[in-house]
Each structure stands twice: as structure tokens, then as C-alpha cells.
Design a binder for this molecule. Structure first.
Ligand SMILES: [Mg+2]
Length: 192
């Protein structure tokens, strides 16, 4: 049985929202990166926690999940963010660039319809800081239809914590044993 995808957002997860002075938490280190479409004289400052790479590698090495970037950084997550965390090249979900002024143009996360189509009937554990109640409802409905879907939602001002990855493993481990009764499976919203 294939392992669930582990969908990884970047902003608000690996890169917490900056504080009033524009800095990240004390656990995070400043980097200047040059995303696709920018030039070296116009970099973007980001803050990353060097502990996140080893933590995520621990999860990846279990073989219980199949990690995929799912972020508006798109390919740049693979080429810029991952290497700074010491991660191997991971695939990414090719998201469009919609003209939107909110991340919830229809009341739910703008990525969701694209992710839903990309996943087809695959199980998924999705880490993102920006889910709404409608996204949690979608996850519950998808799980009830037999497509296991767990949402893990860090606080964007704090970002990813070890407990979120513990939750990922707790969701993924039973799937590696059996997916006998999807209707009784629920990992959604255990971690706020
Ligand atoms: Mg985000």
C-alpha cells in the first residue's frame, strides 16, 4: 500500500510570520534567498529553523509518508528552501498563480481544489497554517469517502513544532498497517 502524501506548506510553517521588527523566532536563522523571477540585488529575507531539517528527515526515513512541497514557493521550495534545511530534493505540487487578494477567495484555502485534483484518491497528511473550517470539513468528508485526509495546522507566528511531526507519524503509522476502516479513522484537527 502506498504511504500517504505529506504535503508541506512553507510560509507560516517553515518560515514563521515575522515579528514587528521583521525578525523570526530566536530558534530561526536569517537567510537571504533569490526566488525565481527575482535578481540577486533584490533578495527575499526568510527565517528558517535549522532543527527542522533533521526533524523532517526523521519522519521521511520512516518511509511512512511521501513528502511533497505544497507552497506558493513552488519549485523554489525544492531548490532554495530544502537545501537550506539540509533536505534532499523533494517533488512539489505545481500550483497556479491565481489573481487573488486573500488566501481564502471562496472561504477555503485557495490551494485546496488543486490539491484535491492532484491527490485524486490518494491518502494525504497536509501541513499548512491557513486552513479554514471548510477545509477541515473537506478533510472529514474525504476521509469518510475512504481517502484518508489529515490536516495539521501550525500557528503561523510560531511555525512547525516537533509535536506536529509526532502527529504526522501518529496519523501515518496506522495506515502502514491497515486501512481497513476509513470511516473510523480521524486525525483531523487534533493539533491546533
Ligand atoms: Mg502558509
Amino acid at each position: 500500500m502506498r504511504p500517504p502524501y505529506l504535503l508541506l506548506d512553507v510560509d507560516g510553517v517553515f518560515i514563521p510570520f515575522p515579528d514587528a521588527e521583521g525578525a523570526g523566532p530566536a530558534t530561526h536563522t536569517r537567510h537571504d534567498v533569490v526566488p525565481t523571477g527575482r535578481t540577486a540585488d533584490n533578495p527575499v529575507t526568510i527565517w528558517l529553523n535549522p532543527a527542522h531539517g533533521p526533524l523532517l528527515m526523521h519522519v521521511i526515513r520512516t518511509g511512512l509518508v511521501s513528502p511533497v512541497w505544497c507552497t506558493s514557493w513552488r519549485q523554489d521550495a525544492t531548490t532554495l528552501i530544502g537545501p537550506l534545511l539540509g533536505l534532499p530534493p523533494l517533488p512539489h505540487v505545481e500550483l497556479p498563480r491565481p489573481e487573488i487578494t486573500t488566501s481564502h477567495p471562496n472561504g477555503y484555502l485557495w490551494k485546496r481544489d488543486h490539491v484535491d485534483a492532484w491527490l485524486s484518491d490518494a491518502p494525504a497528511i497536509w501541513i499548512d497554517d491557513d486552513f479554514t473550517n471548510l477545509d477541515h470539513e473537506w478533510a472529514r468528508e474525504r476521509t469518510a469517502r475512504g481517502y484518508i485526509t489529515a490536516l495539521v495546522q501550525p500557528d503561523p507566528h510560531v511555525g512547525l513544532l516537533a509535536e506536529h511531526l509526532v502527529e504526522v507519524l501518529a496519523c501515518a503509522a496506522p495506515l502502514s498497517v491497515a486501512r481497513a476502516d476509513a470511516s473510523g479513522f480521524s486525525c483531523d484537527a487534533k493539533v491546533a
